[in-house]
Design a binder for this molecule. Structure first.
Ligand code: OOG
Ligand code: NI
Length: 466
């Protein structure tokens, strides 16, 4: 088969993201309501801020916004994780980052599958936060063995999804008909099942060990547990959720409200209690319920350098020493105040963030720079000072472990908070994944460096043409 008859991985990813969104909208109608509210707030924000609109247009980021979302799944076994990696690769999604959530009382470690590189991200930045259950953190050995047994018997991928993934790997891509079938087959893995895989008794034992263990082990597959649209004003969406009969979690995770958004701010609405039936030993089905699926929104800001990230972590920790956000929202106002006070030392202008080396930026020539014959030996700072070069923040495309833990907790209920010994094990995770995860900092630094090289090349071409 000729290579040019293959559908691009970007198109497969876009089709998959759209199919997943349509499925989740019918499964969880509140998600549709949230999408509507986010669409409205984004449109209002753009109408009120023509500069923001122009900037998003200039940086080619307006179009991706309405299509943008991330989802999350929780897997049970190393084999599921490594197959999932192969499936996502067909859509141009690679594992980026390692998140250890054991420190936060959640027995999983995770990565995010997402497109890498500026062009792919602009086409469609769909991401899936993917966690692997860590049975090694469960104290009850007998239960651990039983959970392992149950998981070893399930197959979360359809035969078609496996066959098409192998075909894509062998051929180097999929043609249009295969790509369409691939999307439909893979979607099955993410579907909700209202018939559990386990007896009511087993469900309760798993649930007592940790609600998350019950969520992973009791079902035929890793149902998508949320899909998150991106908003331009998370404070506005949070404030208006009650008007839409959606009760948000008490506080927004991540940095405080700022003029120059950094990293990622997220909030969610509580998971729904949904009817599920369990098969008893005598074969009869018994009605019960399970709480897993929820809604979330996020606002994304500039990606931080290791130095910026260290400052972010230190300030977040400092704020939590003053006030720890209570799950019931009783100290939400105090928490918000402590958070914004703690973040005063973090510069709140793009120039300030850049000057202190806290964030990543892309550089480009200004209109003046395109016309001028600049001295290419000049430093980047003086080219900027001369008005020849401009810089724009690079959007943070990844996740934050403390925020993720807050989202997990708010959906699992307070009783789920449990102490685990902090035990990050990236090596084990990568062994199970069958690949190394990409380092997100290297990725942003690469985009920044490439833009600087481009600017310098254009300036020297202009000089040579003199
Ligand atoms: C994943 C929670 C993490 C985020 O946005 O940080 C997450 C989960 O609950 O499975 O999605
Ligand atoms: Ni999320």
């Amino acid at each position: 088969m000729k290579e040019n008859s293959f559908v691009s991985t970007d198109l497969i990813r876009s089709a998959f993201s759209a199919a997943m969104s349509a499925m989740y909208r019918t499964e969880v109608p509140a998600y549709g309501t949230l999408m509507e509210l986010v669409g409205k707030v984004n449109a209002e924000t753009l109408a009120a801020d023509p500069d923001l609109r122009a900037w998003l247009e200039d940086t080619d980021s307006l179009e991706r916004l309405s299509e943008e979302r991330h989802g999350a799944i929780r897997l049970g076994t190393p084999a599921e994780l490594s197959m999932m990696r192969r499936v996502f690769a067909v859509m141009g999604m690679l594992p980026v980052g390692y998140y250890d959530l054991s420190t936060a009382g959640v027995p999983v470690h995770s990565t995010a599958f997402r497109p890498v590189g500026d062009a792919a991200l602009k086409k469609n930045p769909f991401r899936v936060f993917t966690s692997l259950l860590r049975l090694d953190l469960i104290a009850d050995e007998a239960l651990r063995d039983e959970a392992e047994q149950i998981l070893s018997k399930r197959q979360i991928f359809t035969d078609g999804a496996i066959a098409l993934t192998e075909k894509a790997e062998k051929q180097g891509g999929l043609d249009k008909a295969d790509a369409e079938r691939f999307v439909a087959e893979v979607l099955e893995t993410f579907r909700w099942h209202d018939k559990a895989n386990v007896s009511p008794d087993m469900y309760h034992r798993l649930h007592d060990a940790h609600r998350l263990i019950a969520d992973v082990v009791s079902f035929k597959g890793p149902h998508i547990n949320h899909l998150t649209p991106r908003t331009l004003d998370i404070d506005a969406v949070q404030a208006r959720m009650p008007d839409y009969k959606i009760a948000p979690k008490a506080t927004i995770e991540g940095p405080p409200t700022r003029k120059c958004a950094i990293l990622l701010r997220q909030t969610s609405f509580k998971a729904l209690e949904e009817p599920v039936s369990f098969q008893a030993a005598d074969g009869s089905w018994q009605e019960g319920s399970h709480t897993a699926r929820f809604g979330e929104i996020e606002q994304r800001g500039v990606a931080l350098t290791p130095k910026g990230r260290a400052l972010y972590d230190a300030l977040l920790n400092a704020s939590r020493k003053v006030v720890r956000p209570a799950a019931d929202g009783s100290n939400a106002t105090e928490y918000e105040k402590a958070l914004s006070d703690a973040f005063i030392p973090f510069p709140d202008s793009w120039a300030g963030i850049r000057a202190e080396g806290l964030g990543y930026f892309v550089y480009s020539l200004t209109a003046k720079g395109r016309k001028a014959k600049a001295d290419v030996s000049k430093s980047l700072d003086s080219l900027i000072a001369d008005g020849l070069v401009q810089f724009d923040p690079i959007v943070y495309e990844d996740f934050l472990p403390v925020s993720a833990a807050g989202i997990f907790q708010s959906n699992l209920g307070d009783d789920a908070a449990q102490e685990f010994v902090a035990s990050p094990n990236q090596q084990r995770f990568e062994q199970d994944l069958g690949a190394k995860v990409l380092n997100e900092f290297d990725h942003y630094a690469g985009i920044e460096q490439a833009s600087i090289a481009d600017v310098r090349q254009m300036l020297s071409l202009a000089q040579a043409a003199e």
